[in-house]
Design a binder for this molecule. Structure first.
Ligand SMILES: [Zn+2]
Length: 411
């Protein structure tokens, strides 16, 4: 297969991208490739697939059961999900149907890599077992990485630490945590240490829900970054959300940023979700509730965006469209300088791949898996401005999604 007349990011001219045995075999100037099965990109942007670096597949499409979130807060969301688990017990088939629907949305929007957190505050670990099955079922269309996520705490939930260990043994890819939800600051720190201890024991990545609260005194990020540095796990560690940083004072942030840069950790940020959840107990002015994305990127830290939720107890909307998440995030973080927008697709492509630790097999380069998207746009700027459609999604050299652009007639 050859993708002809492709516009590549940060490269002048048009290119032919050849694929053989599921891998990129050559990238040559347009018009020079051999006669083969061709897809003509007609000068459109060809990019590596979108990366969803933070979502909860096991929660998607469960909004309203047993009731809707009336306060719009994170804590009511956790309460509703806990009620859902006990009052309307989850079944394997119910979860699988919701997850398949979610993945099909994501695939249709060009997502091929997903890091999903999965709730392990459950003695049966049902969500994890279901997602391990789904991961195999969808392996030819989407790569799923699973974070063992102790939604109700490692110490605040009975046997939380043992369940986390069990989940890692069963096959979760990353160890999670939620230190700001533990009963005390001390338990929070202990929970982060436990996450690191188990990740090292089972050789896993780490992704911690970190300081997802409008409390300027919530400072587990410094613990996560310090441990990442001390253990040498550095970029194998991701801090998700970090919304309390929005409220830290600048003097503390100045000191903190030195550590963050040295630690090499990644940041997964969910702009629509946290704008929806945070600031709920503020009067006006209300905090936006998203971490310091612009400053982190300018400091050289890796930041990627995630949708977090699709119609669940925490967030009522969402579609799986990463361009929508990106467009929203650029606005709320004021990451809207010309150069910021001109390179913004990094946040949901390359940066996401760094967060997931998959850069060795990600990107349009000879020898790498032939995974790509053809976007109905000529540039990052146009893609985010018009929320441009993905026309083709190709994985391992096979077309897994094709879209015919809609036609509009003006009278
Ligand atoms: Zn989350």
């Amino acid at each position: 297969m050859v993708i002809t007349n492709a516009k590549l990011r940060n490269k002048d001219g048009l290119w032919d991208i050849s694929v053989k045995d599921g891998k990129f075999s050559a990238i040559t100037a347009a018009g020079t490739s051999p006669d083969d099965e061709k897809i003509d990109a007609e000068g459109r942007l060809v990019i590596p697939p979108y990366v969803e670096s933070h979502i909860h597949l096991d929660y998607a499409f469960t909004a309203g059961i047993p009731h809707h979130n009336m306060s719009g807060t994170l804590f009511e969301g956790i309460q509703i999900w806990s009620e859902h688990k006990t009052q309307a017990p989850l079944t394997e088939e119910y979860m699988k149907a919701n997850i398949r629907k979610t993945l099909e949305h994501q695939i249709s929007y060009g997502v091929q890599h997903v890091r999903s957190h999965v709730d392990i505050s459950d003695p049966e670990l049902l969500g994890l077992r279901v997602l391990l099955d789904i991961k195999k079922e969808y392996a030819d269309r989407v790569d799923i990485q699973l974070v063992a996520f102790p939604q109700e705490g490692i110490f605040a939930y009975k046997n939380g630490a043992a369940l986390l260990e069990e989940a890692l043994k069963l096959g979760a890819d990353c160890a999670g945590g939620i230190p700001h939800y533990e009963y005390t600051r001390e338990y929070g720190v202990k929970s982060v240490e436990k996450t690191f201890e188990l990740a090292q024991k089972y050789n896993k990545l780490i992704d911690i829900h970190c300081d997802e609260i409008d409390d300027e005194a919530s400072r587990f990020l410094e613990t996560v970054a310090a441990l990442a540095l001390e253990t040498g796990l550095t970029n194998k560690v991701t801090a998700s959300h970090t919304v309390a940083m929005h409220s830290y004072n600048n003097a503390y942030c100045m000191k903190l940023f030195g550590l963050l840069k040295k630690s090499g950790i990644n940041f997964a940020v969910c702009p629509p979700e946290n704008t929806h959840l945070q600031g709920r107990v503020d009067n006006y002015p209300k905090r936006r509730g998203v971490t310091r994305v612009k400053e982190l990127l300018e400091a050289g830290c890796n930041v990627s965006f995630g949708q977090d939720s699709i119609s669940d107890p925490w967030y009522p909307l969402g579609t799986g469209n990463m361009l929508r998440v990106l467009e929203f995030g650029l606005h709320v973080c004021q990451y809207t300088g010309y150069d910021d927008i001109a390179n913004c697709l990094d946040i949901i492509t390359e940066n996401g791949a760094k967060t997931l630790n998959i850069t060795d097999r990600y990107g349009i380069e000879v020898g790498k898996p032939a995974d790509l998207l053809i976007i109905n746009a000529k540039s990052d700027f146009e893609a985010v401005q018009y929320l441009s459609d993905v026309l083709y999604s190709v994985k391992d050299g096979k077309v897994i999604m094709k879209r015919v652009p809609s036609q509009v007639t003006l009278y």
